[in-house]
Design a protein around this ligand. Structure first.
Ligand code: SAH
Length: 244
């Protein structure tokens, strides 16, 4: 079972931020596989089958894509942003590990611009020094791990980017996140809420942990927290390149 599978990042929303190699891969595809809103971004055309699936079935989606690739189809799995950041690239390898008969499929990961970098670029350079990215969803890990990572990253003075910050099914967790961060970083720390970056619905708000409210984030928001040196200059926010 050979074949080729492409896993591509569509960037944060703006067409201009899709890389040329992803555009070529999509133009040559016979099948595009992914979560419903991401597949909706792909133009329909003759000879192309779109396979839009629910978000909760990542492994089945990945296995299906590998099987189609093994059968000789030109399959592209799409993610928003970068496929390696809380997205389908790792799911494809996990599926491959579970189904050894698919392990000879040649997989190509095509990077994309991830939400935190698109957001940071709109704001200035808030991630200009050491930073980390944390997925606040507890779908795939216990909340206790999230809490521990938040505290340790804050104590190490990392700037942070938070993906999947707040969903309707677990609104209390983002409230807890803000409480932990206030405890560790104090009320003056800069926090940025960047929603639907590079789309017509884009909304960016800079505030402090003292003023931040849980309702400022939803599932279309990436939240950036500065480190202890992050500061404003005019309408920009940046983190100096030196520390200590
Ligand atoms: N692979 C994607 C992340 C998928 S997880 C990437 O690299 O960007 C989904 C989360 O990404 C959302 O809950 C939100 O936190 C963030 N996100 C994705 N697109 C975004 C955008 N245009 N603006 C702000 N946040 C975005």
């Amino acid at each position: 079972m050979t074949g080729t599978l492409i896993v591509a990042g569509l960037g944060p929303g703006d067409e201009a931020l899709i890389t040329p190699e992803v555009t070529v891969a999509l133009a040559e595809a016979t099948d595009v596989v992914g979560y419903i809103p991401y597949v909706a971004r792909i133009a329909k055309r003759e000879g192309l089958t779109l396979h839009a699936t629910d978000n909760r079935v990542e492994l089945e989606r990945a296995t299906h894509a590998l099987e189609m690739a093994a059968s000789g189809r030109k399959v592209v799995v799409v993610s928003s942003g970068d496929p390696g950041v809380f997205a389908m690239a790792a799911a494809v390898f996990e599926a491959m590990e579970r189904a050894p008969y698919l392990s000879r499929v040649d997989v190509h990961i095509l990077p994309g611009i991830t939400a935190m970098l698109a957001a940071a670029a709109k704001i200035g350079a808030p991630l200009g020094h050491d930073f980390c990215a944390i997925n606040l969803s507890d779908n795939l890990k216990p909340w206790a791990i999230v809490e521990r990572r938040l505290r340790l990253a804050a104590q190490a003075d990392f700037a942070m980017a938070f993906y999947n910050p707040r969903s309707a099914s677990r609104p209390h967790q983002f409230t807890q996140t803000l409480d932990i961060l206030r405890e560790e970083c104090g009320p003056e720390r800069i926090i940025l809420f960047a929603r639907a970056v590079t789309t017509p619905q884009e909304q960016i708000r800079a505030t402090t942990l003292g003023e931040a409210r849980p309702e400022m984030a939803d599932m279309r928001t990436v939240v950036l927290l500065g480190n202890a040196s992050t500061r404003s200059i005019g309408r920009y926010v940046y983190t100096p390149r030196h520390a200590g």
